[in-house]
Structures are given as C-alpha cells and as structure tokens.
Design a protein around this ligand. Structure first.
Ligand SMILES: Nc1ncnc2c1ncn2[C@@H]1O[C@H](COP(=O)(O)OP(=O)(O)OP(=O)(O)O)[C@@H](O)[C@H]1O
Length: 672
C-alpha cells in the first residue's frame, strides 16, 4: 500500500473512532458515514474495494419495475450530460437499492470509469462500497458531494461524485442521480457546480415524474415568486376533485411537516386542501382560470404565508370517447339552468350561488349545502340536479334524521336476499345504488351515525357499495349533495362527525342565506302564491297591506314558514285574495326577532303540507292528529301511509319527527 493510502486509512480510522485532527475539516455527514462503515458494516478502509456488479436479470427486473421513472430520468440525464460532458463527467442513475440502472458515459474515460465501478449493474450501497456518493446519499437522503478522500476505501479516492436523492410522489426514495468524474483537485469546492446541477436536474426529474404520475388529477404548483410559478415552482401538491390530497413533492412534504401529525394517518395523503389553504375547491376552479399569476395567491394555513399558485387541471378520458380532453372548461359564461334560475329573484347572494352551482353542476364534485332549516337546501339540491347533465338520471333524497337508526344502514346500502327474515327477506337495492349515475341528496348528514359515516366514506372514495349480506361490491358513480343545518365543524370538534367524510363531501360548500337576509322576498311571495294557488285551484292575489305585513316578519322558519303562511292565507281568503286577516296570527303579531343560527335545533313552527287549520293556536296541529290517526289505521306501516297521502316516506318520517309522533315499534310497544 502506498504512503498516501496509508495516510488515508489512518485518517478514516481516526475519524471513525471519534478522533478528528484539528487540521481536518470534518464534514459531519462524511464522518458519520465512516463511522457507520467501520462500526456497523465492519468494513476496513485498508482493504481494496472491488466493484460489486449485479446480474443482468437483476438490473432488468429493476428497470422494468421502474419504467416510468426511468423514461423521465433518462431525458433529464441527457440534458444534464450536455452541460457536463466537456468536464469529463459520467452520469449514473440507481434504484433505491443503489444498483446502477442507467448510465451515460464518456468514451475516452469509459475504461477507467469501469474500473471504478461506474457502469450498469454496479451496486453502490454503503455496506458494500463504503462511503461513496450514491450509498451515502441513500443513507442520508440528502444531496451531497463525496469528493476524493471523502471515500472510505483508498482506491476510490480518485473519484469525485455529486449526488441527489430522487423521491417518488408518495414519498418513497426512487433512487439516486449521480454525476462523477476523476478527482482533479483536492478542493471539494471544485464540485459546487456539479452538485448544483445534480440537484437542479434531480428536482426536474422528480417534478416531471410527479406530473406524469398525477396527470389525471389536480395539481397545484406553488411558488413564492409569482413570475416563475407557471414554469417552475417550489412545491407540488396533487389532489382529487373533492380536494383530498393524493401526493406531494419532496419539498411540499417537508413543508407539511409543520402541521401537527395525525395519529395513524399518512402525513400527506388524505389531508384536505382546506387544511392547508384558506380556500375551497371552488376557489381552485377560479384560480385555474385566472390568467395572471398575481391574481393566483393563496394564503397558507401551514405557515401563514402567501404563495402564488398555478393550477394544472386533470386530463381525463371522457366517457365513451377515446381522445383526452381537458377536464376544465371555461365556465364564466355558463348559462344558469331554468330550475336554478327560478329559485331567486334579485338577490345578490342567491345570484352568486346560482352561478356557482351551475358551474359545479357537471363537475364530479360533491357539494355541501348549509343553511338554516327551511332555507331551501333540498329545493336547491334538486334544482342543481335538474340543471346538470344528470337530470335524466335519478335524484334520490335521503333524510338521515328521519330514517330510524335501525333502518338507515339497510335503506342506504341495501341488502341481499336472505339477509333478513320475514317481509324483508327478498333483498333490496339500497338508496345509494338507486342513485347510480345521478345525484344522492343526503339531508341532515350531521345526524348520520358514526359507523355509517365510515361506510359512506368508503363508498365515496372507492365508488363501491357492499350491500348487507353481499360478498361482491356494486360499482356506483354518483354525485353526492349533502345538507345540514348544523355547523359540521362543531360536530367534528365534538367527535360526532368524521373529519375525513366532511372533506369528501365539501368539494364545494354553498351557504344559503336565510329568508331574513334575502332581498327578493316579493319575488318569492309571488312565486309561492302562484304555485300554491295553482295547486289549490284559486286565484293567487294578495293585498298591499298583507304584503307589507309579510315584509315586516323576521321569518325564523324561513321559506317553509313563508309557504305555510301563504297556504294558510289561500285557504281562508275569498276571490279578493289574501288580506291581512287571512294571515296566521303570529305573522300579524310580529315574531320573536332572535335569529336562529346554524347550530340551533331545527325550528319548525309549521308542517310542510298542512291542511288549512281553522285556528293556529292549538297545542298540537290538526295535521299531527290526522297523521297519527292514519299511521294507527295503517298499523304504523310508513310505506302504506306514504302511498295513501302521495308523499314519500322520508316526508312522513320527517313529519313524525316534527310532531313528536313515535311509532310503538320504536317506543318498544307492539302496534295494534
Ligand atoms: N326558492 C324557493 N322557492 C320556493 N319555495 C321554496 C324555495 N326554497 C325552499 N322553498 C320551500 O321551502 C320549504 C323548505 O324547503 P327545503 O325543504 O328545501 O328546506 P331545507 O333547508 O332543506 O329544510 P330542512 O333544513 O328543514 O331540511 C319547502 O316547502 C320548499 O318548497
């Protein structure tokens, strides 16, 4: 062994035992590696290192497994090689096990490079090759230079290598990009440019792999510099149409570490964009169309900084046609469908909501509608369905508060023949499957029991339903519109609502204004009068005084209350139309001005479809008595009562709930 080799071995051994001479400039990362090689891997720096070359089939297996990564990396390497070829560098690409799976070399140096092990199949893992650019990069998971005497083995000190780790969008290490040359100078600084280029191209390869991997998903590119964000960014995030995170680039993963960890959950996947930014999916649609990067800033909830963004919309295959098309289409000029238009007159908030809903109608986004009870959430959901491409498909409404808890699972998910005995033994298609291709409206979603929330979450994320008793899941495609008058965020905090389900449901949130806030009360009065008058077969007129009285009312029960007041008036009035004395007494008397909030328990002063009562002061309205009698007469068979009254079963349950009517079955008694 030559004198210089002895000196190298001595230096490595001293550092590995913790003795670092003051003349040495310790690179803690390199010294850590020497320590590992000597103490953990049992390597001896005095030995002569022979490159370990894996079999051709091992290399082929690795290349086949990583085809996508390899293709992207190859293009990046070819570009990088143009910059470094004249400087005598060769390029290596390895897999995560440090095995060289691609190589671009320089003919003049090919022999020497081979001698050093710089070719296909060479295994550079640290426990085999000692401290080196690739193996140490895999251990440390960071870009580094292993220059000359940084190598563990003396016969590798003729090399200078700069490397960077390459991460898959799911956070796994894919491999290492290496730029190596014969060491010309003792100074590590001579490798700064090589390290910088390696890092730069490594990032490009990672980003390109990310873009390919998530080409059918939404991608958000973020940068602190607005001018470059459309070309290159600091971070990439991929998410689905509901705003649920699917992947993050290495830099974005690092950034997300500032968030509190989630017990048992991936640090990235499954989070929601609304956890990261002060925005909704609808804002993302808006950003996707904003041409000027200056308008595309997002406030981050991770570090309270503003980031400029560039939104890359998914390229999806349209059903039934081959070519790829852009998922997003210009939406600013989408005309609002008649059903949505009819819901409001000249009310600014409602106008904005109508446009927003129309834009969302055909994008497979789940929507959450919030608003006080009676503000028209179900009516809005129906109008949204009617204004969508799905209008010829089913609209299935489920009131989660109205279906008894014991039935909700089988009603929603269905069951196979033989799962139950008796009348239900034939099996039933659940409501979710009935909504296939159309819209499933889940009213009062906040009342859904927790274990069913878990099942529903699976349906939404996997598009499959497993009916009770079934072995094979049924595939379903549907858009879910959910509604709640409760503040679901509070329900999440209270532990009664699943946060991940909330995020699945609120691809966009629409908050309906209360009737008190609306500026189109006159429009609504005339609309409802016309509808009710037509149904009752009477002319729908109203006096100015009665109109004035209605305008002064604070409407704690919202549109439901307004409709009921007008029905009441129409029932009592004659051909001259509704006069003040025909309105319910509480309208004239003025109502309590306390506005119900989203958290308030449902305030339902009147039923949806009451028969005109002779007096409103009765403790229990006559329609409650009538419903009770009907239920009794039909032995509490809700389906039969629904058929008899021409209403759907959920309405019957809802009325029972409202009037406090409890079936003897639920109360634990046997019906008679
Ligand atoms: N835009 C509208 N035009 C006319 N009538 C409306 C409108 N919106 C709601 N209504 C009427 O108001 C009543 C309540 O509507 P809906 O059931 O949609 O409210 P909701 O917010 O879903 O109530 P809840 O929270 O109690 O389920 C219904 O009788 C409906 O016909």
């Amino acid at each position: 062994m030559s004198n210089s080799s002895d000196l190298h071995v001595d230096r490595v051994l001293r550092a590995a035992s913790g003795v670092v001479p003051s003349s040495d400039t310790p690179d803690s990362l390199i010294h850590r590696s020497w320590h590992r090689c000597y103490h953990q891997h049992g390597l001896d720096p005095a030995d002569c290192f022979d490159p370990c070359v894996e079999s051709a089939s091992r290399v082929r297996t690795s290349r086949e497994r990583m085809e996508e990564y390899l293709q992207v990396a190859r293009s990046g390497m070819e570009q990088l090689f143009k910059h470094v070829v004249d400087l005598g560098y060769v390029l290596l690409l390895t897999d995560a096990e440090g095995i060289t799976i691609d190589y671009i070399g320089n003919d003049t140096w090919a022999r020497d490079a081979q001698r050093f092990g710089l070719y296909l199949g060479a295994n550079w893992q640290e426990h085999i090759a000692g401290t080196n650019g690739i193996g140490t990069c895999i251990q440390e998971q960071t870009a580094l230079t292993c220059h000359s005497a940084d190598h563990f083995y003396a016969n590798n000190t003729g090399l200078s290598c700069s490397t960077t780790p390459l991460f898959h969008p799911d956070g796994r290490l894919m491999g290492v990009l290496d730029v190596s040359a014969q060491a010309q100078s003792d100074a590590r600084e001579s490798q700064h440019l090589a390290l910088h280029l390696t890092r730069l191209y490594g990032r490009m390869i990672e980003d390109a792999t990310f873009m390919r991997h998530f080409r059918d998903r939404w991608i958000l590119r973020l940068a602190t510099n607005w001018a470059l964000v459309d070309v290159t960014g600091d971070m990439l995030l991929a998410f689905d149409a509901d705003g649920v995170l699917l992947g993050a680039s290495a830099a974005a993963r690092q950034w997300l570490r500032a968030l509190p960890p989630r017990r048992g959950a991936d640090a990235v996947v499954g989070r929601h964009l609304m956890d990261l930014f002060d925005c909704t999916m609808d804002d993302i649609w808006r950003l996707a169309r904003a041409p000027d990067a200056m308008e595309r800033s997002l406030l981050s909830l991770v570090d309270q900084r503003s980031y400029f963004s560039s939104v890359i919309v998914p390229r999806v295959r349209a059903v039934g046609d081959g070519p790829l098309r852009e998922a997003a289409e210009p939406a600013a000029s989408v005309p609002v469908g008649a059903a949505l238009r009819r819901l409001a007159g000249e009310d600014r908030k409602m106008r904005a909501l109508q446009h927003q809903a129309q834009r969302l109608a055909n994008r497979r986004i789940n929507i959450l509608i919030q608003g006080e009870t009676g503000s028209g959430k179900e009516v809005f959901a129906r109008a949204l369905h009617e204004s969508s491409e799905r209008r010829h498909k089913p609209f299935v409404a489920v009131n989660c508060a109205a279906i008894p808890e014991s039935l909700i699972e089988s009603e929603l998910f269905g069951y196979t023949a033989g799962t139950f005995t008796g009348a239900r033994s034939r099996g039933m298609k659940g409501l979710i499957v009935q909504a296939h291709g159309g819209t499933l409206f889940l009213d009062e979603i906040g009342d859904m029991p927790l274990h069913l929330q878990t099942r529903l979450l699976r349906v939404l994320s996997e598009h499959e339903v497993l009916p009770l008793g079934a072995e094979q899941p049924v595939r379903v495609e549907l858009t879910v519109v959910a509604a709640s008058h409760r503040d679901l965020r509070q329900a999440i905090a209270a532990g009664t609502f699943r946060e991940d389900l909330y995020y699945r449901l609120c691809g966009a949130t629409l908050l309906l204004p209360s009737l008190r806030e609306r500026q189109d009360l006159d429009y609504l009065i005339h609309l409802i009068l016309e509808e009710e008058g037509r149904e009752a077969g009477v002319p729908a007129a109203i006096s100015d005084e009665a109109m004035a009285l209605l305008r002064r009312c604070p409407w704690p029960g919202n549109i439901r209350q307004l409709r009921n007041a007008l029905r009441y008036g129409l029932a009592l009035c004659d051909e001259a139309g509704i006069l003040t004395e025909h309105l319910p007494p509480e309208i004239g008397a003025g109502m309590p001005h306390a506005a119900p909030t989203l958290q308030a328990p449902p305030a339902a002063p009147m039923a949806d479809r009451p028969a005109p009562p002779p007096a409103m002061a009765a403790a229990r309205p006559p329609e409650a008595e009538r419903l009770q009698a009907l239920l009794h007469a039909h032995r509490w068979n809700i389906t039969a009562v629904a058929a008899k009254t021409g209403q759907c079963r959920t309405t019957i349950y809802r009325q029972m709930k409202r009037f406090g009517i409890v079936s003897p079955v639920d109360a634990g008694n046997t019906p008679h």
